[in-house]
Design a protein around this ligand. Structure first.
Ligand SMILES: Cc1ncc(COP(=O)(O)O)c(C=O)c1O
Length: 443
């Protein structure tokens, strides 16, 4: 790092407008990362930080796996960029085939994007266009869920349900409504795995169907496990019921698997884990192990087929990004799938999940904890907010854990943990020992 960046004083003048960050606070007391390897980040001073969050839920195979690094380096020197509009390159076709092999059964078609937000907006647009392609253009409504996070583009914030991400941005996309969220701590606090109570929250879709008429609804989008809102795990039977209701009313169901895709729950996708099949699946993050921005929408064959009916020389979907199927991202993605296969990483979370669950629930009784939630290699640790300063207690925990060499993530007063899927038991112990030590010191 150069001297200018080394100095906190000049950092305060920095040109970098940081995303989802209190810029002035950060620049006064920065937390910098300079290098990463395996389970660890290293600060510019060389201090080791155990990654309890896979960066931002992306580096499922840990940092800088040699195979992915080598594939990237080779590809960028061989062909830096090639368009996929009216042109093609073999890697995009190869990667799509490889993805279709690990995707849930029936999802054989892949549309490439560059991020989770773009995957969400693409899935919403494909849903609308699909109904139209079938001659059912009256289905224009999109339904999301309270507390849902579907990225930051206009489609995603419209169906999303986190007020801070929505309130400053005007009326957003029209024709959107929301079903209620599934969080019910009064009945479900401290549940291990899926909560027992709350399947009936899916019935809220019937309320919106009655209000708007089901024949106007194109799609419902939910995260099978909601991450960014603070780890909300679907109650037993909830996703099954949502599927039934969507089918009953001819509504497409989209699972936003941007964080659950690629092994987080111990199966390749949450769709496999819960045994509930949506119509479209969004993915990103773990698709390239976080190395190159990329995302994808997986669609069921019938959806793709409905678009392939017009004249052969007409473009079937007027949608795409300059970097859809970028060669460097595809090379990284193929090497990522190889790395996942070598380490059995798409199922490894399943082997570790009971150890993980034990470690999570051993926190019970520590100061401030009002709920503990876990599934796969994900944990949500909810702290009581300070009456005068919501979010501050968890933020202090985050800063102290970082100072003590463990990276955690916080949303409001909820701590979310999601380590790389290569994590060892001793590292799980270290994450929770550090966290419990920190929680004991918090006011
Ligand atoms: C479920 C879900 N959808 C979409 C997104 C947005 O992804 P991105 O930040 O890559 O645009 C995220 C990011 O955390 C996510 O968790």
């Amino acid at each position: 790092m150069n001297d200018r960046l080394r100095s906190a004083v000049s950092l305060e003048e920095s040109a970098f407008w940081m995303p989802f960050t209190a810029n002035r606070q950060f620049k006064k007391a920065p937390r910098m990362l300079a290098r990463a390897q395996g389970m660890y980040y290293y600060t510019p001073e060389g201090r080791e930080v155990l990654d309890g969050t896979s960066g931002l839920w992306c580096v499922n195979a840990g940092h800088c796996p040699p195979r992915i690094v080598a594939a990237l380096q080779k590809q960028v020197a061989q062909m830096d960029f090639a368009p996929t509009f009216q042109m093609g390159h073999p890697l995009a076709f190869e990667f799509a085939e490889r993805l279709a092999e690990v995707a849930p059964k029936g999802f054989k078609r892949v549309f490439f994007t560059n991020s989770g937000s773009e995957s969400v907006d693409s899935a919403l647009k494909i849903s609308l266009a699909w109904h139209r392609a079938r001659g059912d253009a009256g289905r224009f409504r999109l339904i999301g869920r309270e507390r849902g996070y579907h990225g930051v583009n206009f489609g995603g914030i419209s169906v999303g349900g986190i007020v801070t991400n929505r309130k400053n941005f005007g009326p957003m996309v029209g024709g959107v409504d929301h079903i209620r969220h599934t969080h019910d701590p009064a009945r479900n606090a401290f549940t291990k795995g899926q909560p027992l109570y709350g399947a009936e929250f899916a019935e809220d879709l019937e309320r919106l169907v009655a209000l708007h008429d089901g024949s106007t609804v194109a799609a419902v989008i939910v995260e099978p496990v909601a991450g960014s809102t603070g780890v909300l795990i679907p109650p037993k039977g909830y996703l099954e019921r949502l599927r039934e209701l969507c089918t009953k009313h001819g509504i497409l169901l989209i699972f936003d698997e941007v964080i659950t895709g690629f092994g987080r729950l111990g199966k390749p996708f949450a769709t496999d884990y819960f045994g509930v099949t949506p119509d479209l699946i969004t993915a990103a993050k773990g698709i390239t192990n976080g190395t190159v921005p990329m995302g994808a929408v997986f669609v069921r064959d019938e959806i793709f087929d409905a678009f392939m009916r017009g004249p052969e020389n007409s473009i079937e979907l007027f949608h795409g990004y300059t970097y859809s199927g970028h060669p460097v991202a595809c090379a990284a993605g193929i090497a990522t799938l190889d790395t996942y296969a070598d380490g059995n990483l798409l199922t490894r979370a399943g082997d570790l999940s009971s150890y993980w669950e034990g470690a999570v629930h051993a926190l019970k009784g520590l100061p401030h904890i009002i709920d503990l939630r876990n599934i796969g290699l994900v944990a949500g640790i909810e702290l009581a907010p300070r009456a005068d300063a919501p979010g501050k207690r968890a933020f202090e925990a985050f800063v102290k854990c970082f100072e003590q060499g463990v990276l955690i993530r916080v949303t409001a007063d909820i701590i979310a943990l999601s380590p790389p899927l290569i994590v060892e038991k001793a590292q799980i112990d270290r994450i929770f020992e550090t966290l419990s030590g920190v929680l004991r010191t918090l006011e």
